[in-house]
Design a protein around this ligand. Structure first.
Ligand SMILES: N[C@@H](CCC(=O)N[C@@H](CS)C(=O)NCC(=O)O)C(=O)O
Length: 474
């Protein structure tokens, strides 16, 4: 039987997983735990659903695991990071014989892309949880749903994209989108969400009907109360594919044979560099386009209508940096091993590293909005103080990264390397204290390992600032 730390078989046998004991530790709310619960329910794998309400030792156990919930405990061993868990569960769970995380690299890309777009849509709510004053908090939340609101912007894109999912077999991307949009429907555990906030999104409504009517989902929510009533169908009439949805799906189904790759991104490292580096390590030639090398850059980006980085595969645009990175990881190998592991448990740890790195990187995001230079630099320096928002995760990363020393490189490693380099001098982000990563000995060893791979040495051999941090430090 597959043990959590051994290599689970690539050829997944549902019966085998049915013998493992799965327990999910999470709050009684839906939020980031619900997609995991739902994926397991669809896959028919029994799950012990543990909350502080059902287990008096919940908080002690969580403290002992030393991480955030949701935590999936498999045969007593903890797995954290909700979307890493979800991808793992998507590989071991099937609906009508099809894995919830597609095996085909291009199909998996569109599944990841839906998760990442949903994350862009969800994440603006995060900052509002810190607002103490109730009225102010509710006003801030309502503002996110106004015509020019931070969530509205992404809901529009999501409403358009979701058309391609009508009539398709469910994936964890669908499940994630379904659960996360439901937290913005009334009744919800988040106060101050305007009633009917999603009513104008017709495609999302059709999509909700489709997902809510899948038999295992209907069954799962049949006795749902309060916040979970939003997961029940509002109609039993299943939606049909729109012409636009059919067109999108066709564009997504292109199977590139010997394609040309072009990356559109700013000249900085940022979220484009992990993709550049993965393609370099995988020996995949690509055209590296920035506004400096293409005067039509902004027009082309505008016409595509997405944020950069954008990877063009034979002219077809793919967006969302980590979705692109996972795709590249599946089609590229280093030393004969794919950069995104094929084994579900190995892939889980690769995803887990990416998600932890995101937790570490993301606090810098809000400092970009600070106008006053002195204030901005102070806010950035504070993130690296002993109790700083980045320090907290750097410590965890430093602990975890030791397991990667001496291992074959993955896109998880590449992501850590590129994102930690953002915080080394010289960097394009001002106000980052010099030498602030020096105390992390494992990250220093890891930097030495990554920077010395022959294709990495070659790629950065003539690097100038800020890419000099990609060269070996000694
Ligand atoms: N979730 C997206 C976020 C993309 C993003 O934030 N892109 C930044 C550069 S790192 C940007 O410039 N966005 C504005 C734009 O492309 O117009 C991803 O991972 O690709």
């Amino acid at each position: 039987m597959g043990n959590l730390c051994s290599n689970a078989p690539a050829d997944l046998n549902q019966a085998e997983f049915a013998q493992q004991q799965f327990e999910l530790m999470y709050w009684p709310i839906t939020a980031l735990g619900e997609p995991i619960r739902l994926a397991m329910a669809i896959g028919g794998i029994p799950l012990k659903d543990t909350t502080p309400k059902t287990d008096p030792s919940f908080m002690d156990r969580k403290t002992a695991f030393g991480t955030q919930v949701p935590i999936l405990v498999v045969d007593g061993k903890p797995m954290d990071q909700s979307r890493s868990i979800l991808r793992y569960v998507g590989k071991i769970c099937k609906y009508q014989g099809k894995p919830l995380y597609p095996e085909d690299a291009m199909e998996a890309f569109w599944c990841d892309n839906l998760i990442d777009l949903t994350e862009d849509m969800r994440s603006p709510i995060g900052a509002t949880f810190a607002i103490q004053d109730q009225k102010e908090k509710e006003a801030a939340r309502a503002a996110l749903f106004t015509a020019d609101g931070g969530i509205t912007k992404f809901l529009k894109v999501l409403d358009d994209k979701i058309q391609s999912r009508i009539g398709q077999s469910p994936t964890i991307g669908d499940i994630y989108c379904f659960c996360v949009t439901n937290i913005f429907r009334q009744p919800t555990f988040i106060d101050g969400i305007p009633a009917g906030a999603l009513d104008e999104y017709k495609n999302l409504t059709a999509f909700h009907t489709q997902i809510a009517n899948f038999p295992p989902i209907l069954e799962y929510y049949k006795d749902a109360v309060e916040i979970r009533t939003t997961a029940k169908p509002v109609s039993t009439t299943l939606p049909s594919q729109t012409p636009e949805g059919a067109k999108m799906l066709k564009a997504q189904q292109i199977k590139p044979t010997s394609p040309e790759y072009e990356l559109l991104y700013w000249p900085i490292t940022g979220l484009g560099e992990p993709i550049r580096m993965a393609m370099t390590m995988g020996g995949l030639p690509f055209k590296d386009t920035t506004p400096k090398t293409d005067e039509k850059f902004m027009d082309r980006k505008q016409a595509i209508g997405a944020q950069v980085p954008i990877l063009l595969v034979d002219g077809t645009p793919m967006d969302q940096s980590r979705s692109i990175l996972r795709y590249i990881g599946k089609i590229c190998k280093y030393d004969g091993k794919p950069l995104y592991p094929t084994d579900p448990i190995e892939a889980f740890w690769c995803d887990n590293l990416i998600d932890l790195t995101e937790d570490m990187r993301s606090p810098i995001g809000k400092t970009f909005a600070i106008q006053d230079q002195t204030e901005k630099e102070a806010a950035r320096a504070a993130l690296f103080a002993a109790d700083g928002g980045i320090t907290k995760f750097l410590k965890k990363l430093d602990e975890k990264i030791i397991s990667r020393i001496g291992q074959s490189p993955t896109i998880g490693d590449i992501y850590v390397f590129c994102c930690t380099n953002l915080f080394r001098q010289p960097t394009f982000i001002d106000g980052i204290p010099a030498g602030n990563l020096d105390q992390y000995e494992n990250l220093t060893k890891f930097h030495a390992q990554m920077s010395r791979y022959p294709p990495v040495l070659e790629y950065y051999k003539d690097a100038v600032e800020p890419r000099t941090t990609f060269k070996p430090r000694s």
